[in-house]
Design a protein around this ligand. Structure first.
Ligand code: NAP
Length: 277
């Protein structure tokens, strides 16, 4: 089989974005500060938070991780976020939170102009209305990666699989704003395999190995899934099966993941600049 797909290399683009952001930070007299709130000791969350700290350091930005006990109450957490948050230009709460805490309530405690993850209802509302606000890092990173390769979305049929607030919903809205015709699929969707074959763009954001087994010839395939295996992370797309049919495809790792962290850094700087205006 002739391989026709172009790999959407998020790692390479991340490096270019971080190099540009570094210059932007160097030009600032005061350095932006990101505060991350980490509740509990989930190893995956600890890994992600560590990567966020490293990226801040690489850019010459300040960061602080506020580590909190798993048993902290919702009100206590909200109190700490409100108090500590005054020192930050940008902040985020590492998700998921323990079951007894409402993520929605906690996110609402973040001032919208410091909401590095773009999950506050005001920022999500602005996204829905296509107004300038802070956009969630993973969806923003996917759009940047597609734009980098000058991929036209207008008039295309796109399917987003997954409907979370952090990935599925915002990427579906962003694709719609670019004039794609968007289908949002989820766990109750029927005949998913057939639906996928009808679409020119496929975004898989579920967390299930082998979810996307086949695509339309020439499809643009974005794999957000991060599934931990003994051999490392794999996505939701069967890369080997799909890559010869896709025109573009993101690898896992090295596709969407690196873009997410780059966009978090960009959002942190944008929060800073918004507050200094
Ligand atoms: P999530 O909140 O668990 O949402 C998963 C979504 O998938 C839900 O909407 C669910 O439907 C849907 N779903 C579950 N089983 C399905 C099935 N068999 N067919 C179709 N849809 C199904 O997950 P998330 O936070 O959006 O993350 C999704 C994946 O992306 C995970 O693997 C996560 O690790 C990864 N991720 C990667 C990055 C990155 O930077 N690369 C960032 C964030 C997340 P219902 O709504 O009906 O339950």
């Amino acid at each position: 089989v002739q391989e026709i797909s172009n790999i959407l290399d998020g790692k390479a683009l991340r490096e270019r974005i971080l190099a540009d952001l570094k210059k932007r930070v160097e030009a600032l007299e005061e350095k932006p500060k990101l505060i991350v709130f980490l509740v509990g000791k989930d190893p995956a969350s600890e890994l992600y938070v560590g990567n966020k700290e490293k990226a801040c350091a690489q850019l010459g930005m300040r960061s602080e991780v506020v580590k909190l006990d798993e048993k902290i109450s919702e009100n206590e957490l909200i109190g700490i976020i409100k108090k500590k948050g005054r020192e930050a230009h940008a902040m985020l709460v590492q998700l998921p939170l323990p079951k007894h805490i409402s993520e929605e309530r906690v996110i609402e405690a973040i001032p919208p102009e410091k909401d590095a993850d773009g999950l506050h209802p005001l920022n999500m509302g602005k996204l829905l209305r296509n107004e300038k606000g802070i956009v969630s890092c993973t969806p923003k990173g996917i759009m940047r990666l597609l734009d980098e390769h000058k991929i036209e979305l207008k008039g295309k049929r796109a399917i987003v699989i997954g409907r979370s607030n952090i990935v599925g919903k915002p990427i579906a809205i962003l694709l719609m704003h670019r004039h794609a015709t968007v289908t949002i699929a989820h766990s109750r969707t029927q005949n998913l395999d057939e639906l996928i074959l009808e679409n020119d763009v496929v975004v898989a954001a579920v967390g299930k190995i082998g979810l996307v087994k086949d695509v339309k010839k020439g499809a643009i395939v974005v794999d957000v899934g991060m599934n931990r295996t003994e051999k490392g992370f794999v996505g939701d797309v069967d890369f080997e099966k799909v890559k010869s049919k896709a025109s573009y495809i993101t690898p896992v790792p090295g596709g969407v993941g690196p873009m997410t962290i780059a966009m978090l850094m960009e959002n942190t700087i944008e929060c800073f600049e918004m507050q200094k205006k």
